[in-house]
Design a protein around this ligand. Structure first.
Ligand code: PLP
Length: 575
């Protein structure tokens, strides 16, 4: 006990205290280097540096001040602009000092409760410790020979979430969890790879091998289309689809143009009538409808498609039905919100991200298949690693070597329990409702989405301008004045776009609060592109009063900008 205390004193006095690097010259030798492998120098040093690192990390969390460091991006780039790789070894303490000064100091404080702009947010502190376990064990999930217990942790976690999504029978899961021939899903590096894996399987389902066709994996897409008699293959999704689907189409050889984006309704959900019409048109052109993708939590607006209706449509046209639940999937952990994702249990595959609403650090995705045989279509084996008779997870994954990342959501579920997640999501729901109420009540902001899953979209629009917009919208419906009113409305929206872009820059420069900015073509002004401010209210440390503070600050900045540089321009437009 005493000894540890001495070490702690040692840390603040010696390890972290130096105001500059020691620049002590190290003479590299195999004796010196091999000590770094087992533990740095001695076990004492390992503990000492470990403690020092934890102190350093805690200081980063405790630091007051801006969300981003003040340094400009070009200046930051200069810090990391040496073109030669380091030749001489350095002391660990010196490298730690450099990490503190150059990296930690200039990192974004994504866990700050005033930072409500991105899906990347606060993580529970025990996750940092779990990351240490992952690094220390250095398991490679590709094969059992490098991942014993961790393989089964992965299988267990996949089975838990599969059950949450698809709710198959308990005997089914009892069989599946221990049977290496059954693959319920893959742990992936991220949501992009989860979506790509789902479409990979869907492609194999759509174009199975036959006589004189060995399958797409061997013969390619041209042979697949010729064999099955189609002109091309399409994947249909709403216009709010994440761009990972474009990349997937590209990589799978289907071409990103074959990702057909269907318009959304006023709630940012895919328009099912338009989807049906698009399918009919494509079928007339002899296009194979390969996959229908539903979104459970659109990236920009957090809205959820009608997942039940999409099942029916996919069945009607014989397509694989995939749900991209990278954002919203985790809400299935909470009974109270399950109804929002009604129909997800009838999907053929579902993608999720754990570094989003499972509150785990970067990065891990998950793709699950309702039919336990689906992943067999993309099975690969190799004689030196994932042998035919093996139980290796790597048989089904696109990735080769893979970290033991699953330990993080596995541990998070144990520490929080589904009851804990219910509370976290209750908090997030309440925060979104609070923000919506505050923005609705504010005369100088306009709400621009109907938030379902913790994503709120609005813009700064001074009261006078909003009044003018409402008058113009009324005139746009009347014969005679419609065309002129629509033109004027368009111009006002363009000026508001410039104002909001500038406001966002001012928010970034002021740096005590953060919301993100995007451009949407699906607001009440569709199809005109509208610059919006996007808030993501999932940080358990964010409170209603913090939201009030954020809004008050941003409103003040907006009004200052408006009166100084925009009022005259709006007045001129509205004359
Ligand atoms: C709906 C949706 N799908 C897929 C992704 C891609 O996930 P990742 O960034 O983990 O690759 C995202 C990311 O934000 C997303 O919001």
């Amino acid at each position: 006990m005493k000894r540890r205390k001495e070490l702690a004193i040692d840390i603040s006095d010696h390890v972290l205290a130096p105001s500059r690097k020691s620049n002590k010259k190290i003479i590299a030798s195999i004796q010196y280097l091999s000590k770094l492998f087992i533990m740095p120098d001695t076990p004492d040093k390992f503990i000492e540096f470990g403690d020092a690192l934890l102190v350093m990390i805690r200081e980063f969390f405790q630091e007051q001040g801006g969300i981003h460091s003040e340094i400009s991006l070009p200046d930051l780039a200069k810090i990391f602009s040496s073109i030669d790789p380091p030749t001489d070894p350095e002391l660990i303490v010196d490298v730690l000092y450099e990490i503190k000064e150059k990296v930690i100091r200039h990192s974004v404080k994504v866990g700050n409760p005033f930072y409500i702009g991105h899906m990347t947010s606060a993580i529970p502190y025990f996750m940092i410790l779990i990351e240490m376990v992952i690094a220390a064990l250095n398991q490679n999930q590709v094969k059992i020979e490098t991942a014993r217990a961790s393989t089964f942790v992965e299988r267990e976690f996949v089975a838990w979430i599969h059950q949450l999504v698809f709710q198959r029978s308990r005997p089914f899961y009892r069989r599946a969890i221990e049977n290496p021939e059954i693959a319920l899903g893959n742990v992936t590096v991220d949501g992009t790879l989860a979506n790509l894996t789902a479409l990979w399987v869907a492609r194999e389902k759509a174009f199975p091998p036959g006589r004189s066709f060995a399958g797409v994996r061997k013969d390619g897409m041209a042979a697949a289309l010729a064999h099955h008699g189609y002109s091309s293959a399409a994947v249909l999704v709403s216009q709010l689809a994440h761009y990972s689907l474009d990349k997937s189409m590209d990589v799978l050889g289907l071409g990103s143009r074959s990702l057909v984006r269907v318009p959304v309704n006023t709630d940012n959900q895919i328009d099912c009538a338009k989807l049906r019409r698009t399918i009919a048109d494509l079928q007339k052109k002899n296009v194979k409808i390969m996959t229908i993708v539903g979104i459970a939590g659109t990236t920009e607006t957090g809205n959820i498609d009608d997942l039940k209706e999409l099942r029916e449509i996919a069945t009607e046209c014989g397509a694989h039905y995939h749900v991209d639940a990278a954002w919203g999937g985790a809400t299935l952990l909470a009974h109270r919100y399950r109804h929002l994702l009604d129909g997800i249990d009838r999907a053929d595959s579902v993608a999720m991200d754990t570094h989003k609403l499972f509150y785990t650090p970067m990065s891990m995705g998950l793709v699950l298949f309702r039919n336990e045989r689906d992943l067999m279509r993309v099975k690969y084996t190799a004689s030196y690693v994932i042998r035919k008779s093996s139980v290796d997870q790597g048989r089904f994954t696109l990735e080769g070597s893979r970290k033991f990342d699953v330990l993080k959501p596995w541990a998070a579920l144990k520490v929080f329990g589904t009851d804990g997640f219910q509370i976290l999501f209750d908090h997030a729901f309440n925060l979104t409702a609070d923000l919506n109420q505050l923005i609705t009540a504010s005369p100088n902001f306009e709400v621009l989405n109907n938030p379902q899953l913790f994503i709120h979209v609005s813009r700064f629009a001074p009261q006078d301008v909003q009044n003018a917009i409402e008058r113009l919208r009324a005139r746009a419906k009347k014969n005679g004045t419609a065309a002129a009113a629509r033109k004027k409305l368009h111009e006002i929206n363009e000026l508001l776009n410039t104002l909001n872009t500038e406001l966002h820059r001012a928010i970034r420069a002021e740096d005590s609060t953060f919301v993100s900015r995007t451009t949407l073509t699906t607001t009440r002004y569709a199809p005109q592109p509208i610059v919006v401010l996007r808030s993501i209210t999932v940080n358990p440390l964010t409170t209603r009063s913090i939201l009030e503070e954020i809004l008050a600050k941003q409103e003040k900045m907006g009004l200052r900008l408006y009166t100084r540089t925009y009022k005259n321009r709006f007045d001129k437009l509205l004359k």
